[in-house]
Each structure stands twice: as structure tokens, then as C-alpha cells.
Design a protein around this ligand. Sequence first.
Ligand code: EPZ
Length: 422
Amino acid sequence: MKLVIQGGNMLRGRVRVSGAKNAALLLIAASAIVRGEVILDNVPRIADVETQLEIVRALGGRAEWQEANRVLLNWPDQFEAIVPYKLAKKLRASNLFLGALAARIGQVQVPLPGGCDIGSRPMDLHVKGLNALGFEVVLEHGFIDARARELRGGRIYLDFPSVGATENIMMAAVGIPGTTVVENVAKEPEIVDLASFLNATGATIRGAGTDLIKIEGREPGARSVSSEQMRFSVIPDRIEAGTYMIAAAAMGTEVTIENVISQHLQPVIAKLQDMGLDVLVDEDSLTVRRNGSLQATDIKTFPYPGFPTDLQSPIMVLLCLAIGTGVISENVFDNRFRVADELKRMGAQIRVKGHTAVVEGPVRLLGAQVKATDLRAGAALIVAGLVAEGETEICQAELIARGYEKVVEKFSALGARIKCVD
Ligand code: EPZ
């Protein structure tokens, strides 16, 4: 799949943010903990969600779209929890079935996720957590095989506040009798959404969003909801919102991004204001207004509430347009500057050394044929194409469709000249 963009159009108007990919993928897995029907609202129709739903079906669960962004999920009483490799290899978030199925039935096999274009993606913290809870975890034949042995609440300290490890440990712990305390956990809004979801099923989780989470668990599979369906709405996607904010900063006159939780976007708002943009925050929307030139700034990515690593590639494009030198430190992943090579083909001046990228600006970006190396690099190339003189062709654009719902329609509605060609 390719996207073709004619650069130079200014962006203006309003764009509505979809439900958060990284919350939807998580809650689809977490639904396995619930006995009874689960209705998830505000689920984005993106490729990664379709794959996660395929995994539910492959395990014998019901996973049906009811309306545009509503999904019904229901798991059978008995099923064999072996996540199929052919589906799991498509997305790392398949590893979230590890904790959910451990909670539900006490044993699970999940393929070890392969590496990808943003660095090695180990699972050591996930394994450490499950071991501490009394699961015997064996890594063999490309699978993580976790089986309940002497399940007990545990005290776990995460060497790094891993989002996925925090999520898997939270889900596994709700199916274990006793109290589990996890320290140095991730504080992302998606973690808080998971805690809200699990508490709605009758779990007792406190501290989500802070450095320490306490979980009161029960026997595996004991989770149950009241007779009628359980309904839950996914939070808005802060990374999609940030992507449109950055595009508006690059080519905006004035763009309003609707259906946001501005608190989740504080680090992005602060950085855009540093660069000279007006950002007006409303109840559930915010407006980015470009008035004059952009000033370079330094970006350091950190776990939430730091600047999100998922917006590091998009803001790199903005630094190409800013006056001065911007220094980016990527502190979350070990290989997340690959978009720099593509941007340099468009005229960017970027020097990458280890975990640091130095961006000189302002430069004239010229349209070119480029390649999306991962989802967020692809989003960054859209922003670059909107700015560049001439035509930009982004190949491997299916990677963008993994995480951005209706991306062509949304950018076109703001005035971009963008189309999808197979
Ligand atoms: C989640 O990935 C997100 N994915 C990523 O978004 C996001 O970039 C990342 O969190 C950081 O915010 C989903 O939620 C589905 P981590 P996750 O475990 O959970 C190291 C996107 O574009 N680590 O917090 O895999 C790891 O190598 C995607 O939407 C270990 O060392 O991220 C990395 O350097 C990309 N051992 C760092 O932690 C472990 O056991 C952060 O990883 C686990 C992780």
C-alpha cells in the first residue's frame, strides 16, 4: 500500500480523535478475564485491532463488530490458550494475552514476539513478574509457556517501567489469591484504563497512574460480572492526537483536535508552546494555532508523563522546520531513529549517534519516494510529505493503517492532498 501526498496545502479545520489503539488492544486481551459478554465502545477500526480480534476468535472466543466502533466479546468456559504464531507475529500486543489468559485459566502459551524496527523487544520483565506470582515460565520453541504452580500474591520491582510488563502483571495478579504489589510500574493512561476496566469486573486495584500498584486477587477464572453485559469505553488516542497536533504545527493555520483528554497531552502541549505555537486547551478538545516561525527545542523521550517515544519521529520532522538546532534523546527504545534516513532523502539535516539525533533547521523538504519503517515513522513521513515541495510517495504505508483510523480521510478533511494507492 502506498500513500501519495502533494505538499504545500495549509491545514485548517477540525479533526476527531479515535479510541486509543494501545488501550483497545489491551482491553480486548483483558476481556478474557471476564465471564460473560463484554462490550467495548470507541474501538478504532485499525489493522492491529482486527488482528487482536482474530486471535480471540482463533482461541474460540466471540469477537464481533456491532456498530462502527463497538465490539462484543465473549469467551467460552473452556478453551486451549495457545496463541497462534501466524497471528501473534503481526503485532507485539499479542503478548498481552499472556497475563489475561494466566488469570483466566492459569496456563497459556504465547509466541515470543519477534524483534521489530524500533529495537529489541525483550520480555524479561514480563517473565520476572509471572515467576514472582508463582507461575512456572518456560521459553522454548519460540513460545513463552506459563503454567500456574504455587500461585501467590507477590512483591515485584520492575527494573524499567515497562508498559506491557505492568499490564501483564496486573492482569495475571487479579486471578491470584492474595495481595500483589508492583513497584516502578508504568504510569501511562492506558494502565489507568486497564485498572478501571478490571475494577469494573470486580477486581480491587489501587494506585494505577502512580509508581506503585496494589492488586487484591482471587482464584483464576473467578472474575465475573453481573448478569447483564459489561460495557466499557476506550480512552481517546493521545498519540493520534499528538500526531495531528504536530501536523498542525507544521502546516497549520489553525486546527482543532476533538475528543482528547488534554491532561494526557501535557508533554506535547508544552513542547509545541516551547517551539512558538499557540495551544488553546478546552474541555475535550484543543486548538493548535501557528503564528510565525518555529523555534528549535530539545526533546527527551521518557515513560509517561515524559515526552512519548511514539511521537519522537513526528516531532523530528517539526524540528527540521524550526530555526536552530534541536537535540532528540531517545531514552525508551534502542533503535528508533530509522525515520531519519528517510527524512534525509527529503533534504533533512540530521546526525544520529547512538540514542541522540541532532536536527538542524530550517531546511526545505522536497518530495521523494520514502519508506515507512514502523507505524510512527510512517506518520512522521506523512507530516513531512504535507510540508515538502512536490510529491511524496510513502511505501509500506500499511504500517500506518495499523494504528491510525481513517488517516487519509482525516488529513484530507483538513485540506491535505493525500491519497492511497495500492
Ligand atoms: C508499549 O509497548 C506500546 N505498545 C508502544 O507503542 C510504546 O512505544 C511503548 O509501550 C512505550 O510507551 C502497546 O501498548 C501495544 P515497553 P511495550 O515494554 O509495552 C524494554 C506504538 O507505536 N523492555 O514499555 O512493548 C523495551 O525493550 C507502539 O503504538 C525490557 O527491557 O513497551 C523498551 O526498550 C510502539 N524488558 C522499553 O522497555 C521487558 O520485559 C519500553 O518497552 C519489556 C520491555
